[in-house]
Write a protein that binds this ligand. Structure first.
Ligand code: FES
Length: 198
C-alpha cells in the first residue's frame, strides 16, 4: 500500500473515531444541563428544541445530535472548505440558490448557515430518506475531483459541504437546514431560530 493510501486510511479512521468520541463528549457535556434546562424525553420526542455543545467539534469533523427523532449533523468546516463552497469550478448543483429547498431565511447564502464555519443539517437524503455518509476526502464513490461533501449509498446522490445536491442525481433538493440559533459561541439550540420554532 502506498504512503498516500495509508495516510488516507488513517485519516478516515481518525475522523470516524473523533465523530464517535465527539458524540460521547456531547452527551457527557450535556449532563449538567439535563436537569435544569433540557426538556423532558417526551417533550423532545414531540419536537422540543435541543441544546447542542459545538465546542467539542474539531475542524473538518462532524457530530450528530438528535432532534425530533432525526439525526442533525453539525459540521465544523475549515477555512478552505468554506472558500471552496464559493468557487466557480465546483460541481454543477441542482439547486444552488436553495430556491426549492428547505432552510431558514438566515441560511440563504453559499454556506447555508448562520456562521460559515458551522453547518447544521438534517442528515436525511431528500430522495427516499436514507442517511448519506460524510465524505471529507475523495474516494471510489465520489471521484478524484471531490472537494468534500455527502454521498448517499442508497441510490448515489451527492451533496456538497453545504448540503446542496449535485445536478443529475436522484435526490431532488438540497438537504434540509433546520431552524437553530446560537445561545453562545459554543452552544446552539436546534429547533428554534429567531424567526420562531419549526
Ligand atoms: S435515498 Fe438517497 S439517493 Fe435515494
Amino acid at each position: 500500500m502506498s504512503e498516500t493510501a495509508v495516510d488516507l486510511d488513517r485519516r478516515r479512521f481518525l475522523t470516524g473515531t473523533a465523530v464517535v468520541i465527539g458524540g460521547i463528549g456531547a452527551a457527557t457535556a450535556a449532563v449538567p444541563f439535563i436537569a435544569s434546562f433540557q426538556p423532558s424525553a417526551r417533550a423532545k420526542a414531540i419536537g422540543a428544541p435541543v441544546e447542542a455543545d459545538i465546542s467539542i467539534i474539531e475542524p473538518s469533523q462532524q457530530v450528530t445530535f438528535k432532534w425530533r427523532g432525526k439525526p442533525v449533523w453539525v459540521l465544523r468546516r475549515t477555512p478552505e472548505q468554506v472558500e471552496a463552497l464559493k468557487a466557480s469550478d465546483g460541481p454543477v448543483l441542482g439547486d444552488p440558490e436553495s430556491q426549492k429547498s428547505e432552510q431558514p431565511e438566515f441560511a440563504a447564502n453559499p454556506w447555508r448557515s448562520s456562521k460559515p464555519e458551522f453547518l447544521v443539517l438534517v442528515g436525511v437524503c431528500t430522495h427516499l430518506g436514507c442517511s448519506p455518509s460524510f465524505r471529507p476526502l475523495p474516494d471510489a464513490d465520489t471521484g478524484a475531483d471531490w472537494k468534500g461533501g455527502y454521498f448517499c449509498p442508497c441510490h448515489g446522490s451527492k451533496f456538497d459541504l453545504a448540503g446542496r445536491v449535485f445536478a443529475g442525481v436522484p435526490a431532488p433538493t438540497n438537504m434540509t437546514v433546520p431552524p437553530y440559533k446560537y445561545l453562545s459561541d459554543t452552544r446552539i439550540l436546534i429547533g428554534e431560530s429567531d424567526g420562531g420554532s419549526a
